[in-house]
Ligand binder design. Structure first.
Ligand code: NAP
Length: 250
């Protein structure tokens, strides 16, 4: 039995990494998938083609999800082509400098916080009215283990993801009576383009210190997002799920 048959899902930042793995998994589980991207059109189209070739339904949607106007157009295009959105995955990854606090420029710090929260705020404001109307819906916010356990150089990322965690909990509280669930999935170190620059010896050290003795692949995170998005999690809302092979235990 497929877990997402009949559902329409919008995944931000789904051309690469965790978002792309989630799109493929959702497509295989029967969802009609909107694959959002900012600039990687070819990569997004490849994800769509893979889903369609496997018998699924998907479309690529270009939008910079820090821009409210583009978010509105993305949601309208998705609804027009695939139907009203049942599942929103807030996944797009915004770049940030990894430098000590005293070297941080306010503009870089502000940009990271702004991008993360503008994306969450406006995507949710666009999809929620229909979810409220249907008295059903599900939002999964992709945070980071660093929102609760800081790392050197990650002050902007940790602060932005902590804000996202609080935002998700607030919405879970407010929208639960409308049948809408909001949960956070918090990946540990995951092998994607975003971490490709990290020295191999640091990655190896992190893997060796993890109870499951490896770092995550995008598919590991996609599995957790699927679990939270499916009706198997129908009584779970407002939670924070670390997906780190046990590296983060809360
Ligand atoms: N990798 C890790 O170790 C790790 C750990 C914890 C949390 N996370 C979180 O997991 C999420 C995905 O990370 P990832 O590692 O999979 O990243 P990634 O491989 O670098 O991919 C980033 C994705 O976000 C999209 N994106 C970037 N800016 C965008 C914008 N303004 N509008 C729309 N889409 C945009 C990119 O689209 P284009 O291809 O078009 O640029 C791409 O699809 C992020 O929220 C990240 O913070 C990652």
């Amino acid at each position: 039995m497929k877990l997402l048959t009949g559902k329409t899902a919008l995944i931000t930042g789904a051309s690469r990494g965790i978002g792309a793995a989630t799109a493929r998994l959702f497509g295989a589980q029967g969802a009609a998938v909107a694959v959002n991207y900012a600039s990687s059109e070819q990569a997004a189209n490849e994800v769509v083609q893979e889903i369609v070739a496997s018998g699924g339904k998907a479309t690529a949607v270009k939008a910079d999800v820090s821009d409210p106007v583009q978010i509105r157009e993305m949601v309208m295009k998705t609804a027009g082509e695939l139907g009203d959105i049942d599942i929103l995955v807030l996944n797009a990854g915004f770049n940030f400098p990894t430098v000590p606090f005293l070297q941080y420029q306010w503009e870089d710090f502000e940009k990271k916080l702004n991008n993360e929260m503008r994306s969450a705020f406006f995507c949710c404001q666009e999809v929620l009215p229909k979810m409220i109307e249907k008295k059903a819906g599900c939002i999964v916010a992709v945070s980071s283990g660093l929102s609760r356990q800081p790392g050197p150089g990650f002050v902007a990322h940790s602060s932005a993801k902590s804000a996202l965690d609080a935002f998700a909990k607030s919405l879970a509280l407010e929208l639960g009576p409308n049948g809408i669930r909001i949960n956070v999935v918090a990946p540990g170190l995951t092998e994607t383009d975003a971490t490709a620059h990290m020295p191999a010896e640091i990655k190896q050290m992190m893997a060796e210190h993890s109870p499951l003795r490896r770092n995550a692949q995008p598919e590991d995170i996609a599995g957790a997002i699927l679990m939270m998005a499916s009706d198997q999690a129908q009584f779970i809302t407002g939670t924070y799920l670390p997906v780190s092979g046990g590296a983060q235990m809360i």
